[in-house]
Design a protein around this ligand. Structure first.
Ligand code: ADP
Ligand code: MG
Length: 828
């Protein structure tokens, strides 16, 4: 606050400074009249970000105070923009009616909006998680909360890297920290994960701290927030953030959207909470066989009962976002139409339950028992809220006739007043002979007789003058005044009463929030299962057989779920994935673009699909339940984190080597590519050997190092497969078909030939290749690297080489050197 240098500060500004002092890290929007004003640095920064005009208060003073304002009506647009950019905003309102104020109007902060606590601005298919972290001894605790849905969970994590992984998976934008971060940790959170860090030190544990932070910012009712549910990340198939991203599970690499992802493919949900739950299922596949089989069983029942499923889908379509409606009720933000949506949603529950019952599966019993249509709640809403009610809560038209006797009386008075008015109008018209006499109403003048100036001579003496317009004059009479008082009073009292009654209804609903949340979760689960069934049927999937005892993988004619959906099943070449008991490592060779990466990803997606309880794109599938998937796929340059590609490659490899078990799946795609040939090859071989001897995880290893294919002679659990190709009418055709054994080595030269390179060159390449092959060290058996010299064989000296040899560099000027270079290039 280096702007504050002047001595005398007005009482209004003093009030501002007092409030601002408690919110140093937020933009403070300070209500003054019809505007929310920002001052000092807030004004300067906000003016730039929001493109506001920067002015100043007390312009003529020596140190004018920078000021910028936004109209109060559109304040939320600006708040949204700031929050979306990762800032905090505190809103200070007038706490008393300015008319009643003595001195400066009382003002105070009524709400703080932060990236992790916005509830109104996000699309309904996404959660907005606020994450809290704390440190207990050497371990970390993590809690996350979605204010819009009330979801609240907590877990323990052993190291900070795991904390970051979980935060990244939750795609949180703000983290509430309950301990002193080290500089390094702070940097990782802000730079690498782009998080807004907030602090909260009061509270017993991470959950309490998080809740304290939320109450401090929200300053409103939080009844809908559930008890924190404990979870273990080890309860789910473990995948780190890099793996989830590489496999494009919920966001694609192109633009970060859902299209082209597994989530995009599987989403045939009909409700907002179903959509959110499906996403969470995909990010957290199960590892408990019984739970997986239960989902599978229900999906089977849904596939088999085609007509019931169609009815179910219809009923689900009528269910609105119950979680968000419940949270709006508890925030006191629900409007009349929200309550109607609530009751409409509840009215679909019996239909859902009936369909589930008809399907007659034992597995559905829990679900059926949780389908509670909360009749007390729908009765309450149906009795109180008018079917035509809209959003406004101050203009009446909310409460049904017959709900409240007093309200009905006011309304009668209103109708009566109307009748009286018409009677009075007719009576006076006859009495005075003013043919155009009308009784009208407006806000400013109330009720009045309207007389056009041409008939003014007929106005009787008991008409009381009110106002003259250009062509007409307005009058009242004692009779009209009496009607006016009754009607206006009834009107005001009736809308006030409606407002109060509506608030009472809203408060009564709060006690059903828990039941609503259980219902919402149940409907979401049904919706997800229905979605899996619908997709399985559409793409002709099969039910996998999962087992816990055998490690065998036997997938017949498997497909890549997402690519198949894009290119069509006619185009996609199905592949078997067979890793029998004796096979842990499959080494995949084949030319570029032949389908190695696709084959590997296909396997990972099949595992994920199986473990969320889905059917699979395959003819038949048997596989174990995996505990984790580790990947090193593609070039995901982690530039922000300042790590080189090769460093990222090695860190990801290390993740797998440190944490994989015999029940894990490892996918290494062209590992070692980021460094010199022999360097990379040596590492690749050592890594394969290590996995083979110590980890025994199922591993797919795609490589361009041909030399590695001979490892099958020494590593008994390793087998070679390759992607086969075909030459057809002088063109190479990629069959995308995986076959046993290593790929044909001379493939590159073969392709070059078809591409039409000169024969001389090709013959030469063949000679070089043969020499290389003869001299290349046997990596498997030789422990020494002395012979690893690439071009040690003798060769016919080229023109360029001869010319190079002849150069006398020490006696050359730079220009001469450059000229020689040009000549050399010409020789090439
Ligand atoms: P590689 O990793 O061997 O370089 P990719 O797996 O990236 O090859 O595959 C290259 C392209 O080939 C893919 O983009 C896809 O269009 C096609 N492709 C791969 N596998 C198949 C398949 N099984 N069926 C049809 N097309 C495939
Ligand atoms: Mg590839």
């Amino acid at each position: 606050m280096d702007f504050i240098t002047q001595e005398k500060i007005s009482p209004g500004m003093q009030q501002y400074l007092d409030v601002k002092k408690d919110y140093p890290d937020a933009f403070l929007l300070f209500r003054m009249g019809d505007f929310y004003e920002l001052f000092y640095e807030d004004a300067v920064n906000a003016a730039q970000i929001l493109e506001l005009t920067l002015t100043s208060r007390n312009k003529n003073a020596d140190n004018p105070i920078p000021m910028a304002g936004v109209p109060h009506k559109s304040v939320m647009e600006y708040v949204e923009k700031l929050v979306n950019l990762g800032y905090k905003v505190a809103i200070a309102d007038q706490l008393e009616n300015p008319k009643d104020a003595i001195g400066v109007v009382k003002r105070g902060v009524t709400q703080v909006i932060t990236p992790g606590t916005t509830v109104d601005t996000l699309s309904s298919s996404d959660n907005n998680f606020l994450v809290g972290i704390d440190k207990v001894a050497d371990n970390f605790t993590l809690a996350y909360l979605d204010l819009a849905t009330g979801e609240f969970k907590r877990t323990e994590l052993v190291n900070f890297a795991a904390v970051c992984g979980e935060i990244a998976s939750l795609r949180a934008r703000e983290v509430v920290v309950g301990f002193n971060l080290s500089d390094e940790q702070r940097e990782v959170l802000t730079k690498q994960h782009n998080l807004l860090i907030s602090e909260e030190f009061t509270g017993e544990d991470v959950c309490e701290k998080l809740m304290n932070y939320v109450s401090r910012t929200q300053l409103r009712d939080l009844t809908h927030i559930q008890e924190a549910v404990h979870y273990e990340i080890a309860d789910f198939l473990q995948m780190d953030y890099a793996t989830k991203t590489a496999l494009e599970l919920t966001i694609n690499k192109r633009d970060g959207k859902k299209f082209g992802t597994l989530y995009g493919l599987l989403d045939a949900t009909k409700t907002a909470m179903g959509t959110r739950m499906l996403k969470s299922w995909i990010e957290h596949p199960l590892i408990d066989l019984a739970r997986i089989q239960k989902r599978q069983g229900i999906v089977t029942a849904l596939i088999e009962n085609f007509f019931e499923r169609a009815d179910l889908i219809e009923a689900l379509k009528g269910v609105y976002d119950l979680e968000r409606l419940a949270s709006r009720v508890s925030f006191g933000k629900a409007v009349p139409i929200d309550l109607l949506q609530l009751s409409n949603s509840l009215s679909n529950v019996p239909a859902i339950r009936n369909v589930m019952k008809v399907m007659g599966s034992e597995l559905l019993l829990d679900i059926i028992s949780n389908l509670d249509e909360i009749p007390e709640l729908s009765n309450l809403i149906n009795a109180a809220i008018d079917e035509n009610a809209q959003r406004s809560i101050t203009e009446g038209g909310i409460i049904k006739k017959g709900y409240n006797a007093q309200l009905d009386k006011y309304r009668e008075a209103l109708t009566e007043g109307n009748t009286w008015r018409l009677e009075l109008e007719a009576k006076e018209k006859e009495k005075t002979g003013i043919s155009g006499l009308k009784i009208e109403y407006n806000r400013q003048d109330g009720f009045y007789f309207h007389v056009t100036n041409s008939q003014l001579d007929r106005v009787p003496s008991y008409f009381i003058y009110k106002k003259a317009l250009k062509s007409a004059t307005r009058y009242t009479t004692p009779d009209l005044e009496a009607i006016e008082i009754t009607v206006l009073e009834a009107q005001e009292k009736s809308s006030n009463l409606e407002y109060t009654l509506f608030q009472k209804v809203r408060e009564q609903i709060i006690k059903y929030i828990n039941r609503l949340q259980v219902l919402a979760a149940t409907v979401a689960e049904i919706d997800c299962l229905q979605s899996l069934a619908t997709v399985a049927e559409k793409y002709n999937y099969t039910c996998p057989l999962l087992n816990e005892t055998s490690h065998e993988v036997k997938i017949d004619k498997g497909r890549h779920a997402v690519i198949e959906a894009v290119m069509g099943d006619q185009e996609y070449v199905a592949n078997d994935i067979h890793l029998f008991d004796g096979t842990n490592i499959q080494l995949i060779t084949g030319p570029n673009m032949s389908g190695k990466s696709t084959y590997m990803r296909q396997f990972a997606l099949l595992v994920i699909l199986a473990q969320i309880g889905s059917y699979l794109p395959a003819e038949a599938a048997e596989m174990p339940v995996f505990d984790a998937i580790f990947t090193r796929i593609g070039a995901s340059d982690n530039l922000i984190g300042g790590e080189s590609t090769f460093m990222v490659e090695m860190s990801e490899a290390n993740q797998a080597i440190q944490h994989a078990t015999a029940n894990s799946l490892i996918l290494f795609d062209e590992l070692g590519r980021g460094t010199a040939t022999y360097d990379g090859m040596a590492l690749a071989q050592a890594i394969i050997e290590y996995i083979h001897d110590h980890i025994h995880a199922k591993t797919l290893f795609a490589t361009h190092y041909h030399e590695l294919t001979s490892l099958d002679k020494t590593l008994k659990d390793l087998t070679n497969v390759h992607v086969s190709t075909l030459e057809q009418n002088g063109e190479v055709v990629f069959l995308h078909k995986i076959s046993d054994g290593p790929a044909d080595k001379s493939y590159g030269i073969h392709v070059a030939k078809i591409a039409g390179l000169p024969n001389d060159l090709l013959t030469r390449a063949d000679v070089i290749l043969q020499k290389l092959e003869n001299q290349s060290p046997n990596l498997v058996n030789s422990g020494n690297s002395e012979q690893m010299e690439l071009f040690t064989f003798d060769s016919k000296e080229s023109e360029v080489e001869i010319a190079l040899e002849a150069l006398d560099i020490m006696n050359m000027t730079p220009i001469e050197a450059m000229n020689q270079l040009v000549k050399l290039k010409e020789l090439l």
